[in-house]
Write a protein that binds this ligand. Structure first.
Ligand code: CIR
Length: 254
C-alpha cells in the first residue's frame, strides 16, 4: 500500500518540454494546471497524502517527477536522466527527499537512467534499456538494489520511450501490457491485460491501493481493467500526452 505521493506543479515552460508527439500540438498551460489539480485529487481519493512541489521554470519537464528518483521501501535512489536537459531536475527533488529517507543513493556518470524505465514487481525491479537508460545506469541501480535485498534485471526496449510507457504492474501478478512487450518471454509468467495499439497510451496506468488510475478516453482499456475487479478512476491528462508523459510520470508514490 502507498501512503504518500510527490508531484510538481508544471511551470509555464512546460510547453517547451521534450516531445516526439508534436503532431498532437502544444500543451495548453491552463488546461495542464486544471488537469494536474484533478490528478492530485485522484491520488488523494486513494488515501494518499500528496506533497505538491512548486513549479520549476528552469526545467520544462520537471513536472514528470517519476523519472528523477526511485523510491523503494528501504531507500531513495536519485537517477541521472539520459536527457541532458533533465539532469538538473535531480537536485531539485533531492533537496525535498533527502531528509525523508535514512538511506539515499545515487546513480553516477557514465550511467544514465530515468525511473520511467523502472517497474517494481514486489521485490524485483525490471529496468528498460532505452534511449534514456544505459546499461551502466541499469547495472548501478541493480547493484544498489541488491544491497537492500532486492533484485533487478534488464529489458531491451525497441520502440517506446520508457519501459512503463507500454507496461504497468497492477499487483496480484497482473500486468497491463502493450506493443513490443506482449510476446516478450520475460513477461510470460504474468497474467496479461492486453491493450490494443489504438489505446496504447492507456498502458501507462497506476495501481494505487486497489484503485487503478487510467487516462480518460480509452474505453477498451477501461473495460478490461474494471473486469479484474479494481476500482477504476479516469484522469484526463491530454496535455501531458502531448509531451509523451503518462499518468505514472506525474508522481512519485511510496
Ligand atoms: C520527456 O521526454 O522526458 C518528457 N517530456 C516526458 C517524460 C515522461 N516520463 C515517463 O514516461 N516516465
Amino acid at each position: 500500500m502507498f501512503s504518500k505521493a510527490i508531484v510538481r506543479t508544471p511551470g509555464k515552460s512546460l510547453i517547451d518540454g521534450l516531445t516526439d508527439s508534436k503532431h498532437l500540438g502544444s500543451p495548453d498551460y491552463q488546461k495542464a494546471i486544471t488537469q494536474h489539480k484533478a490528478y492530485i485529487m485522484a491520488l488523494q481519493s486513494c488515501g494518499l497524502e500528496v506533497h505538491v512541489l512548486e513549479s520549476c521554470e528552469d526545467y520544462p519537464d520537471s513536472t514528470f517527477v517519476e523519472d528523477v528518483a526511485l523510491i523503494t521501501p528501504k531507500c531513495a535512489i536519485f537517477t541521472r536522466p539520459g536527457a541532458e536537459s533533465r539532469r538538473g531536475e535531480v537536485e531539485q527533488i533531492e533537496t525535498v527527499l533527502r531528509d525523508q529517507f535514512d538511506n539515499v543513493e545515487r546513480v553516477e556518470a557514465p550511467g544514465t537512467i530515468e525511473a520511467g524505465d523502472i517497474m517494481m514487481v514486489d521485490n524485483h525491479y525490471y529496468i528498460g534499456l532505452s534511449d534514456r537508460t544505459n546499461i551502466q545506469g541499469a547495472e548501478q541501480i541493480i547493484g544498489i538494489l541488491n544491497k537492500y535485498g532486492y533484485t533487478g534485471s534488464t529489458v531491451n526496449l525497441k520502440e517506446v520511450l520508457h519501459l512503463k510507457t507500454g507496461l504497468s504492474y497492477l499487483e496480484n501478478n497482473l500486468l497491463v501490457i502493450c506493443g513490443e512487450f506482449k510476446n516478450d518471454p520475460i513477461f510470460s509468467r504474468f497474467d496479461h491485460i492486453d491493450i490494443p495499439e489504438e489505446e496504447s497510451y492507456a498502458a501507462n496506468c497506476i495501481w494505487v491501493n486497489d484503485n487503478v488510475l487510467i487516462p480518460t478516453g480509452y474505453p477498451l482499456a477501461k473495460g478490461k481493467i474494471i473486469s479484474t475487479g479494481y476500482n477504476v478512476i479516469e484522469v484526463d491528462v491530454s496535455e501531458y500526452k502531448k509531451l509523451d508523459g503518462g499518468l505514472s510520470c506525474l508522481s512519485l508514490r511510496y
